[in-house]
Design a protein around this ligand. Structure first.
Ligand code: HSE
Length: 415
């Protein structure tokens, strides 16, 4: 029998206890040991629950108990999760977490402690919820050089963009609906401003390329500036707009990494991923593109990934799983404006769109003119050829000086 503790009894913590209870026999069969939840760390009383014997409000009780071999951290956020995870590892307990904020900012440090103590620190659920992605990257695709990873890493924003596209909703109405359905938090900023996707691409990049990428190193834009106008132009371009996290390894060994909305052509597999679903594309030099698709959030999908990590910990109590990356450095990430891609531009020139387009054509040489119904006088939109982003920005400044009002620009994804 292996004794474990679960820290937190919110959506993830209660899901983990539920899965461990309802699947107890099959899990014991797979882990070759029974797994017993000895403690559940809670902040408040849960008088209605039948688990009164397991509830405790004392983390010290858990960390001081030598019977506890595995701690599941399901509190979320950095504090006190970071302290509890660090102390659990230092006390000789393996740790499983779904906490992307913790892994994205403290992963290298916690993995180092786990390595020194010959313990496991596993976090499959931190990216893509129930979608297996970290284990496939570190094990199944290990023979590849990964050229890049890109994908839809946030379900809430994908739901909002889907509603804007298919149901003609405004951003504000789609956000309200996401909140009503329980997808978006009361404070949705981490989702809509791209921080959640940023943390996930940091974890994927750190694991894949071996050095920690910190969230503050990643240029991150959310979806709050996306208008119905942009949706209409994307549609006329035969594409969609998705919030994409992307990382690529450059020949100089540095990484190009970004989170931002992108125009994606309709024939890309990523374009067909709608609602709260996530999709992660891993580009291996041997495999080509491999796509992972599924529910990136939710109680049971996330609990499924956490419990699978617990089973793995039980099976590897004495032999560490190889999952590691080193600390990062400031020069590991390249300037995102050096990356090469095409850009969508929506602009206005007085009441003369034709003249505006002629000025834009002079600056950009070749461009693809986009049209939409009922565009106001003077509005025009186009997609440029591929170029370095810094070059694109310089050309936009020239257009502004010529009297063109640039209303929005969106990067075009190559996927
Ligand atoms: N808020 C996240 C999302 C779920 O909407 O995808 C947890 O990562």
């Amino acid at each position: 029998m292996i004794e474990i503790a679960v820290l937190g009894y919110g959506v993830v913590g209660s899901g983990v206890v539920e899965v461990l209870t309802t699947h107890a026999d099959s899990i014991a069969h797979r882990a070759k040991e029974k797994i017993n939840v000895k403690y559940i760390l809670v902040r408040r009383d849960h008088a209605e629950s039948s688990l009164q014997g397991e509830f405790t409000k004392s983390f010290d009780e858990i960390v001081d108990d030598p019977d506890i071999k595995i701690v599941v951290e399901a509190i979320g956020g950095l504090n006190p999760a970071y302290e509890y995870v660090r102390r659990s590892l230092e006390a000789g307990k393996s740790v499983v977490t779904s906490n992307k904020e913790l892994v994205a900012s403290k992963g290298a440090e916690l993995l180092k402690i786990a390595q020194e103590k010959n313990l496991n620190f596993l976090f499959e659920a931190s990216v893509g919820g129930g979608i297996p992605i970290l284990r496939p990257i570190s094990q199944c695709l290990a023979a590849n050089d990964v050229v890049g990873i890109c994908g839809i890493l946030n379900g809430t924003t994908n739901f909002i963009l889907t509603k804007m596209f298919h149901d003609n909703m405004s951003f504000e109405d789609a956000l309200k609906l996401a909140q009503k359905l329980g997808y978006a938090e009361h404070d949705p900023s981490a989702d809509i401003e791209g921080m959640d996707a940023c943390r996930k691409i940091c974890i994927l990049a750190s694991l894949t390329y071996g050095h920690h990428v910190y969230p503050e190193q990643v240029h991150t834009e959310g979806i709050t500036e996306i208008r119905k106008t942009d949706v209409e132009y994307a549609d006329s371009w035969h594409g969609v707009i998705k919030l994409i996290g992307e990382v690529k390894k450059e020949e100089n060994g540095r990484l190009q990494i970004i989170v931002c909305p992108m125009f994606i052509p309709s024939d890309s597999q990523i374009a067909t991923v709608d609602n709260v679903f996530n999709a992660i594309m891993v580009r291996g030099d041997a495999t080509g593109d491999v796509l992972f698709y599924g529910k990136g959030a939710g109680k049971l999908p996330t609990a499924s990934a956490v419990v699978a990590d617990v089973i793995d910990c039980v099976k590897h109590l004495k032999a560490r799983k190889y999952l590691f990356w080193d600390a990062g450095s400031p020069d590991y990430i390249d300037d995102y404006t050096k990356d090469i891609r095409a850009f969508y531009v929506c602009a206005k020139y007085k009441e003369d769109a034709e003249k505006g387009l002629a000025l834009a054509t002079k600056e950009f040489s070749t461009l693809e003119h986009l049209k939409r119904k009922n565009a106001p006088l003077g509005e025009f939109a186009f997609v440029t050829d591929t170029m370095q982003e810094c070059e694109f920005r310089k050309k936009c400044i020239v257009l502004k000086k010529a009297g063109i009002e640039i209303q929005n620009t969106i990067r075009v994804g190559d996927m």
